[in-house]
Design a protein around this ligand. Structure first.
Ligand code: AMP
Ligand code: MG
Length: 437
């Protein structure tokens, strides 16, 4: 529909989910999923509604989904609503993710419903409109596979290929090729997350998108000091989705997708398993290549040498030992390269090795290249929390707006915003995040 002729009251009603836009036929998607390793055969949009699709200015088809708009057939015991906090959190972090250059769903609007939702306490309710290439997940395939509904599985596969990978339609074994494409996309995505210290927090198979975009911003957070064991999600008691485990979970989840696709890969189960395993065996290589590429970029290297990865790992090891801030240490490299900053003395020997390596690489434009690969600003947990608290407790959106503004230009030095780059002081630390259900 043409939104330009919609007045403000109507727009508010549409964004809050009180009025269905003209011509839309909202649906709730069914899916299954492995949650923390346990299979759940029926999940689905319990707190979200797919309002429809739109073709964007680039000619790409986008899903428009209302999150928190009310109950659906998949809500089970839940109210289908969302509190304002999680809505604003997803808005901030997904938009930051976009500005950081990674594939992600985006936020179109966040709306106060004016109603209270009852959680541990009454909280203001909110609705988020999010926009994604699609909302088909690994769990969507699992939904039909577990029901042995081959016809629907076939239809879903054809639909997804038509929508995301039309060039695969003519391939001899489209399902196997789809597994390959999804594997490559998700491997690149997780390497991207790792390169900015992002911890998704709930990498369940129902939260991993076939399009390779980041979806479902629940308890996600960015790491401050480098430690692969970092976990924020309150419910992730055993650290299944810790920062350093994400590449292994990527592989585990893709194995679930492969299992779901087996009947479409070959009529003979043993043949199908052999073919799928061959693809799964390539995932670690795709991930390694993407991750090493990211690390080379973060060190400012244009060329590739066999020892580059060791050099990068040595820096990560030092950061771990020194409890150094991940984002700020990498960001400092551009200052070091420009001769206007220094690293702490513990990094001296590493810096010399790096400079020896740089001498064999392209020096021109090095500080700029480093700045473009290493953000100054990430949505630090304590800053996000402060902005959300002000909005939810005091109805004050100013801190949220300011943080959002800073995060839209994460690679630029913004001297007036320098404190947004500071790691939390001891009393500011937020160690746990919540799903926000
Ligand atoms: P999540 O971990 O946020 O991806 O949610 C897992 C499942 O719980 C999904 O199927 C959601 O639709 C459902 N869910 C989460 N919150 C609510 C809610 N407030 N009301 C109904 N269903 C919900
Ligand atoms: Mg989800």
């Amino acid at each position: 529909m043409d939104m330009s002729c919609v007045d403000e009251a109507q727009l508010a009603a549409i964004c809050a989910g009180n009025k269905v836009p003209e011509g839309a036929e909202p649906i709730a998607l069914a899916y299954a999923g492995h949650q923390f390793g346990n299979f759940v055969p029926t999940l689905g949009d319990g707190r979200a509604l797919l309002m429809g699709e739109m073709i964007d200015v680039h000619g790409r088809r986008r899903d428009l989904q209302w999150k928190g708009s009310g109950r659906t057939p998949f809500s089970r015991g839940g109210d289908g609503r969302s509190a304002l906090g999680p809505v604003l959190r997803e808005y901030l972090v997904s938009e930051a993710m976009y500005a950081l250059g990674l594939p992600t769903s985006r936020a179109l609007s966040a709306t106060l419903t004016g109603e209270q939702v009852l959680r541990e306490e009454p909280l203001p309710g909110g609705v988020l409109i999010r926009v994604a290439a699609s909302h088909v997940r690994i769990g969507t395939f699992e939904y039909f596979a577990v029901r042995s509904d081959l016809e629907s599985l076939r239809q879903l596969t054809a639909y997804v290929i038509h929508r995301h990978d039309p060039e695969l339609a003519e391939e001899a074994c489209p399902a196997l090729k789809l597994l390959t494409m999804v594997g490559k996309r998700q491997a690149a995505l997780v390497a991207g997350w790792m390169s900015i210290g992002f911890i998704h927090g709930v990498m369940n198979t129902d939260n991993m998108s076939i399009s390779g975009e980041t979806i479902d911003f629940g308890p996600c957070a960015f790491m401050d000091e480098y430690d692969p064991a970092t976990v924020y999600s309150y419910i992730d008691r055993r650290g299944r989705y810790a920062y350093g485990n994400q590449p292994a979970v990527l592989q585990w989840n893709l194995a679930r997708l492969a299992e779901a696709l087996l009947p479409l890969i070959h009529d003979q189960p043993e043949e199908a398993v052999a073919m799928a395993s061959e693809v799964l065996g390539q995932v670690p290589g795709w991930y390694r290549e993407a991750w090493q590429g990211r690390l080379r970029g973060k060190l400012g290297l244009v060329g590739a040498e066999p020892d580059d990865h060791e050099l990068a790992e040595a820096l990560l090891g030092l950061m771990h030992a020194e409890q150094a801030d991940f984002t700020n240490t990498f960001r400092a490299l551009s200052g070091v390269a420009a001769g206007v900053a220094v690293l702490p003395p513990a990094f001296d020997s590493w810096r010399r090795d790096w400079q020896v390596r740089l001498a064999r690489d392209q020096r021109e434009g090095l500080p700029d290249r480093l700045r473009a690969a290493n953000p100054a600003f990430i949505p630090r947990n304590h800053q996000v929390d402060k902005a959300l608290e002000a909005a939810v407790r005091e109805g004050n959106l100013a801190p949220f707006r300011r943080l959002h503004e800073v995060l839209q230009r994460p690679f630029e030095d913004q001297p007036e915003a320098a404190h947004y780059a500071d790691p939390p002081r001891a009393e500011e630390r937020i160690d746990h995040t919540f799903c926000g259900t």
